[in-house]
Design a protein around this ligand. Structure first.
Ligand code: HEM
Length: 784
């Protein structure tokens, strides 16, 4: 039995209460509890027990009635202690009016309910305070009025809904029926018409679960579990009701965010359909005026940097050369933050392959070109192998997982993931079978477009994500599964926000965590983690330690084994497992899908190369299923895939590293803790390594006899101790997906666009994605 199960079972037992009592003693000893006698003038109330306050005198499940009883004895203003929490209760018309009307200001703040705060983080109206609450409340009231609240148009909506309600009740033909659900449908629909601008049919498959969840949510919030969580979150979080609450709340949020996204995509600022539209328009309006806000930020930066470590920059005379930094902003004015990679490539032409730049107060050593990058990250793997801490990401990862972790936790988790992904088939036949199965779904999905123009990114992301899901969770998802699409949407959004200006300001200067985009990043990553938690919890419930279905099972069994052996300080705790799984999903989806997007785009752009691949596919494979081992007989296809990866250069700056000690490198001193940017793109485009670095030239990987040749400077998966751990999986995916797609379809530009007009300019975010993501796929197979 797991620790979680044990805790849940014990929650009703005497021994558990004993344990709680001990915990309470410790907690309360250090809490403000003993100050309770300090204020002699506080309202009267029952005498609290030294440990539990008045909890034993109250019936948590019938709190209202317990308090009414107490008010009979202690009057209309009295004090009770819920454990260590002091609460003043106000009863009766006169008292309630005097307090909340006459003292509106002092009594008007909202109490923070911990369980809810985990989700709301002070946003919204009901649980917010301060300026945020004030502005939102004012805006909501005004907008709802604009959409008819209290007016004729609103009355019309209610009348319309009353007809639907009558129709619904008539269906029961006088038989017994659940009044709560039917009435809730009608009431919820009024809110939906005001908020979203449309109502739902009562049998809409999205609507009934939403209304049900809202009811469950309110019910759960009133349970003793929720109250225990507010008082003692580390105990309360294990209760089934609390877990259910988290599940229900995040399902409601997911539903809302999907609807929100849809409304955002179809927004017409001139014609607001409901409150959400009005909100989006207001948000857009505020964002456009953010330029002046950035001006204010610049002033703040100046103040900050004046007092920062910046002036130590001339200390080390032997540090790598670089452009002279300005006293306040470092080299920021010489760099184009939106095109950082290209700015740094330009600087490397002047300052060589190892140089220093200052991003505001942050010193960064840039490493460029194949020889330098290899020497640093392969020959000095240990000293250059640590991962740089990115402030915004750290808020989310807290050093857990693989990608952004360091030290023993990273080492053990990375080793475990690699070994187990191999056990579950990474780079082997069984993995090939999973990818082949997924390639069939991908083909079916693309066939649906019947040769018309389509956005390549969606189906490719789904296919790549599903391969990771089969390895990590042990199952794939349908491409229209709401959890799956929402997970992918969240990952892509998080990557987009992380590459943005707000994130860079926070990462470099440590200010602006509250910028709307950074807050959005934290919300998106939190709900991603919540979705992954639900998937992991599902697997934990059906876990059979002798029959591991996936990497998650293996991680859970490992955690259990270490717990059973009472090994403390294990790195295999819940947070680390969640983060590892989330990162594998995130690192494996976008990268593979983006590479395939580039592959298809390049085929449409260079039809003669597509001809060569398709000739080879016909000769070697014909109409049968593509197999991983076909690659050996297909040098042209192999060379084309390699050249796609080189030319596409999807992670041009790899991920940032930092030195873990002082290093003398190529005659320069690089001190411990210095941030390192490996310019991976400058390796893939190194003019001394490639014959035609700036062209798409598959012959880079073919010898004069047309055989495939490996090239040293081909390192899109990086090198050294941080080399991509999904490389084998990704390489197999790229081969099977790419070859299958070219066997089944001819890829062409959208109608009206010529091959020459197909743009190869990348969109720059965290990596390079094609700006042209619309293509046509014309089926080649006769039966289609
Ligand atoms: C075409 C596909 C892919 C490309 C081009 C790619 C590229 C990279 C690169 C450049 C790095 C950074 C190395 C560094 O500077 O530290 C990396 C790290 C990583 N990749 Fe991939 N990757 C791909 C697919 C995948 C897949 C499918 C997975 C999942 C199984 C994955 C998981 C990871 C992880 C966990 C790391 C962090 C390793 C560490 O810090 O120890 N990648 N990848």
């Amino acid at each position: 039995m797991g620790l979680v199960d044990a805790l849940v079972l014990a929650s009703s037992s005497v021994s558990f209460l004993g344990a709680v009592a001990v915990l309470l003693v410790t907690y309360i000893m250090s809490s403000t509890f003993f100050s309770l006698q300090k204020d002699r003038k506080e309202p009267p109330g029952p005498r609290p027990l030294p440990l539990l306050g008045n909890l034993p005198q109250l019936d948590l499940g019938r709190m209202y009635f317990s308090l009414v009883e107490l008010s009979k004895k202690y009057g209309s203003v009295f004090t009770v202690y819920l454990g260590p929490k002091k609460v003043v209760v106000l009863a009766g018309y006169k008292t309630v009016k005097e307090a909340f009307v006459n003292h509106a200001e002092e009594f008007g703040e909202r109490e923070k309910i911990r369980l809810l705060h985990e989700f709301t983080e002070g946003n919204g109206v009901v649980w917010a305070n301060g300026d945020s609450w004030k502005e939102m409340r004012r805006f909501v009231i005004r907008s709802l009025k604009d959409f008819g609240m209290g007016k004729k148009v609103c009355g019309e909506k209610i009348i319309e809904e009353s007809h639907h309600l009558v129709g619904e009740i008539e269906k029961f033909k006088g038989e017994a029926f659940d009044t709560t659900q039917t009435l809730s449908f009608a009431v919820a629909n009024i809110i939906c018409s005001m908020v979203y601008g449309s109502r739902f049919e009562y049998d809409d498959p999205r609507f009934a679960p939403l209304v049900d969840r809202m009811m469950i949510y309110h019910k759960l919030l009133a349970t003793p579990s929720a109250q225990v969580y507010s008082l003692f979150p580390s105990i309360g979080k294990w209760f089934p009701n609390t877990k259910e609450f988290f599940k229900v709340f995040s399902a409601i949020m997911t539903f809302n965010s999907e609807l929100f996204c849809h409304l955002k995509e179809t927004l017409n600022p001139q014609k607001c359909r409901g409150f959400v539209d009005a909100f989006l328009v207001q948000k857009q309006h505020l964002e456009t005026s953010s330029v002046s806000f950035l001006g204010a930020v610049a002033v703040l930066l100046v103040t900050y940097i004046m007092s920062s470590t910046f002036f130590s920059l001339q200390k080390d005379r032997k540090e790598p050369p670089g452009p002279r930094p300005l006293p306040l902003l470092g080299n920021l004015l010489q760099l184009d933050l939106g095109r950082m990679y290209f700015s740094l490539v330009e600087l490397s032409k002047k300052y060589g392959s190892v140089f220093t730049v200052y991003l505001g107060p942050k010193k960064v050593v840039v490493l460029a070109g194949y020889k330098t990058v290899k020497e640093a990250f392969v020959n000095h793997a240990e000293e250059f192998g640590e991962r740089e801490k990115i402030r915004l990401l750290h808020e989310f990862t807290k050093g857990n997982g693989v990608v952004w972790a360091n030290g023993d936790s990273w080492k053990e988790t990375r080793r475990f993931v690699i070994r187990n992904l191999k056990d579950f088939g990474m780079g082997k036949k069984v993995c090939g079978e999973k990818i082949i199965e997924e390639s069939h779904h991908l083909v079916e999905e693309i066939k649906k477009f019947k040769g018309e123009v389509f956005d390549t990114s969606r189906p490719l992301c789904c296919a790549a994500a599903n391969v990771i899901c089969s390895m990590v969770f042990g199952n794939r998802f349908e491409y229209d599964d709401p959890t799956f699409t929402s997970l992918i949407h969240h990952i892509l959004k998080a990557h987009e926000l992380l590459g943005g200006l707000s994130s860079q300001i926070f990462n470099l200067f440590g200010i602006g965590k509250w910028f709307p985009k950074n807050q959005e990043f934290l919300r998106v990553t939190d709900s991603t983690k919540e979705m992954v938690l639900q998937l992991v919890t599902g697997l934990e419930e059906s876990l059979q330690p002798n029959m591991c279905r996936s990497l998650v099972d293996a991680l859970l069994v490992k955690k259990q084994t270490l717990e059973d052996a009472e090994i403390s300080n294990s790195h295999f705790h819940n947070e680390n497992i969640l983060m590892t799984v989330t990162q594998l999903f995130s690192a494996g989806t976008d990268t593979t899908a983006t590479t395939l997007m580039w592959g298809l785009l390049l085929m449409a752009k260079y039809p003669q190369v597509q001809d060569q691949v398709q000739d080879e596919v016909r000769q070697v494979i014909g109409g049968r299923q593509v197999q991983p081992e076909d690659r050996r007989m297909m040098p042209v296809t192999d060379a084309v895939i390699h050249e796609v990866q080189r030319f596409a250069n999807i992670v041009p700056m790899s991920l940032p590293h930092r030195t873990n000690r002082d290093v003398i490198f190529q005659g320069h001193t690089i001190s411990k803790g210095t941030t390192l940017f490996p310019l991976l793109g400058s390796v893939l485009y190194d003019e001394s390594e490639w014959e035609k670095p700036h062209s798409f030239y598959p012959a880079h990987f073919l010898d004069k006899d047309g055989k495939f040749v490996k090239r040293d400077a081909f390192m899109p998966f990086f090198a050294g101790q941080r080399q991509c751990l999904g490389e084998n999986l990704a390489r197999m995916e790229l081969f099977i997906f790419f070859t299958t797609l070219l066997q089944r379809f001819r890829f062409t530009p959208p109608p009206g666009v010529s091959e020459e007009e197909l743009a190869l300019t990348p969109v720059m975010g965290l990596g390079f994605t094609p700006s042209q993501d619309k293509l046509c796929a014309v089926s080649l197979m006769s039966e289609e």
